[in-house]
Write a protein that binds this ligand. Structure first.
Ligand SMILES: Cc1cc2nc3c(=O)[nH]c(=O)nc-3n(C[C@H](O)[C@H](O)[C@H](O)COP(=O)(O)OP(=O)(O)OC[C@H]3O[C@@H](n4cnc5c(N)ncnc54)[C@H](O)[C@@H]3O)c2cc1C
Length: 499
């Protein structure tokens, strides 16, 4: 599927524009940093949301912050939209290009600038992979806690832009809790530092505003992250449940008992059966659902937590409990969970991953609702998710080549998100809004709230050049989706962008 933008439709006009912008960029960047040939730009046409594709006009690969500044100056002067891109693993289309826009890839900004075991911090360029930070810190028995399942590939710049989470974020916090300082370039070409090396920084908390802003406020050029000591030991429980609802209630019971597991993840039977032949993690594929609950700390702490968690899980109706007996077995239990998305490809040509967050106590009800939607939309759904955070990841399985199936998958996904909002949750936990959930933003937020978001965007980027048309819907879009009241032919907030 190609998403049309408000670009020149005429190929000749587009080609002339490409020559003009490439020449201007070529004047400030070495030739190997500017790509405009079709075979060079094709790899950038989508991110992890591969159902939506758009070839970019030009791709830039800056090798320094000064080059990032130069790119932004050229684009601002020529009024060219810019789409920042890390590894392109995003699942909401945040890095999807714009037909007359420039992709700014951070692939070559991939240096660990400084790693300081005394202050337990690392200063890294935006294109450094998430796992590469922990790998580098391992020699000091330290690591970077947020661990998206894509951590082998995704970059810290992308993590900051999406406020990414992972299996261990329940105990150790999301990206926003683990980043101390972000250095970024504004659309005006100014270099700003948000936050600082200390635990708090003076002034408004612009770091919190920036983290999760999906490339719409500036380009990240350097990040200072916290490193924490690797726990002395860790063990994980795999608990089986005959009923999905009982497994969901066990999640709430664990937290209510005052236990914060290092990880608390759930997989339903569709997920465990899809993963097991692929990873051979040792999962109970007869169970309706399994919970993975990790304890970490000293050997004594872990032993005590495992005993407490096992008691709560048994009380909640677990039909079987297995505890990892070695580090290798613990890693195997997690590798099944971390490879769940790729494993979906074994049982379905395509999948559509949703990302809603709900109050933990509503998990059973929402999973029952999703089961009913499977019947209604005639599509299967595998549920594998960060249960402790109430962060659902329904994987809707479909075949893009079967007529109508993608539309049904999208309708199914939108209905799941609407249910998340209805039970007091939100339409995204960690994958961002991008282009994927832009209509659901109209469901979640009132016009006045959207107006406030537009005001923040305008304060950073008045000309709307940085990742425009992502994450915050224009009021016209909400009206088109039937989620905006138009009175007497007039919509509220006349000063806001319409398209
Ligand atoms: C198999 C799989 C598993 C996943 N598991 C998880 C998970 O457990 N938890 C989770 O949170 N996510 C997960 N994701 C989603 C994805 O990996 C994250 O959103 C990740 O943070 C994206 O990083 P990236 O480098 O690939 O960014 P990209 O996809 O390239 O970009 C993501 C967004 O960040 C912006 N951006 C990128 N770099 C910069 C920069 N330097 N400055 C400003 N903006 C920038 C882009 O414009 C875009 O809006 C998963 C994805 C896959 C494919």
């Amino acid at each position: 599927m190609n998403i049309a933008t408000s670009a020149p439709a005429d190929p000749a006009v587009l080609a002339a524009r490409q020559r003009e912008v490439a020449a201007a960029l070529g004047a400030v960047l070495p030739p190997h940093c500017v790509l405009s040939a079709l075979e060079d730009t094709r790899p950038y046409e989508c991110d992890g949301l591969a159902a939506y594709r758009q070839l970019p006009m030009i791709v830039t690969l800056p090798e320094s912050e000064a080059q990032v500044v130069a790119i932004l100056n050229v684009c601002r002067q020529l009024k060219v939209p810019i789409v920042p891109r890390g590894a392109g693993t995003g699942l909401s289309g945040g890095a999807m290009p714009i037909v007359d826009g420039v992709v700014l890839s951070t692939a070559r900004l991939n240096q660990i600038v400084r790693l300081d075991p005394y202050s337990r911090t690392a200063v890294v360029q935006p294109g450094v992979r998430n796992l590469a930070i922990s790998d580098a810190a391992a020699q000091h028995a330290l690591y970077y806690a947020p661990d998206p399942s894509s951590q082998i590939a995704c970059t810290i710049g992308g993590n900051v832009a999406e406020n990414s989470g992972g299996v261990h974020c329940l105990k150790y916090g999301l990206t926003v809790h683990n980043v101390l300082r972000v250095r970024m370039v504004t659309i005006d070409g100014d270099v700003l530092e948000l936050g600082g090396e200390a635990l708090d920084a003076p002034g408004l908390d612009l770091l919190a505003v920036f983290v999760g802003s999906e490339g719409m406020l500036g380009i990240v050029t350097e990040v200072t992250v916290k490193l924490i000591p690797k726990p002395a030991t860790a063990r994980v429980i795999m608990a089986s449940f005959d009923q999905v609802g009982a497994g969901c209630n066990a999640v709430a019971d664990l937290i209510a008992a005052g236990i914060i597991p290092a990880g608390l993840e759930m997989m339903d039977q569709t997920s465990s059966r899809m993963v097991e032949p692929f990873v051979k993690a040792g999962y109970d594929t007869e169970a309706a659902a399994i919970l993975l609950c990790e304890a970490d700390g000293t050997a004594e702490e872990v032993e005590e937590d495992i005993a407490r968690m096992s008691a709560v899980l048994q009380q909640a109706g677990a039909s079987a409990i297995a505890v990892s007996q070695s580090e290798a077995e613990r890693m195997r239990f997690w590798s099944g969970r971390k490879n769940a998305f790729p494993a979906a490809g074994r049982i379905s040509p395509d999948y559509y991953c949703m990302d809603g967050t709900i109050p933990r106590k509503r998990l059973a009800e929402v999973l029952a609702g999703i089961a009913a939607m499977e019947i209604k939309h005639g599509l299967r759904c595998a549920n594998v998710f960060h249960a402790g955070d109430g962060n659902l990841h329904p994987l809707i399985l479909f075949n893009a080549n079967a007529p109508g199936e993608f539309d049904r998958a999208e309708a199914f996904g939108a209905e799941i998100l609407a249910l998340c909002v209805a039970v007091g949750g939100t339409i995204t936990g960690e994958h961002g809004v991008g282009i994927e959930k832009i209509a659901s933003m109209c469901v979640q937020f009132a016009p006045a709230e959207l107006a406030a978001f537009h005001a923040v965007k305008r304060a950073f980027d008045p000309a709307r050049l940085l990742n425009p048309d992502k994450a915050i819907p224009t009021l016209n879009r909400c009206a088109e989706f039937g989620k905006m009241r138009v009175t007497g032919g007039l919509m509220p907030f006349a000063h806001l962008p319409r398209f």
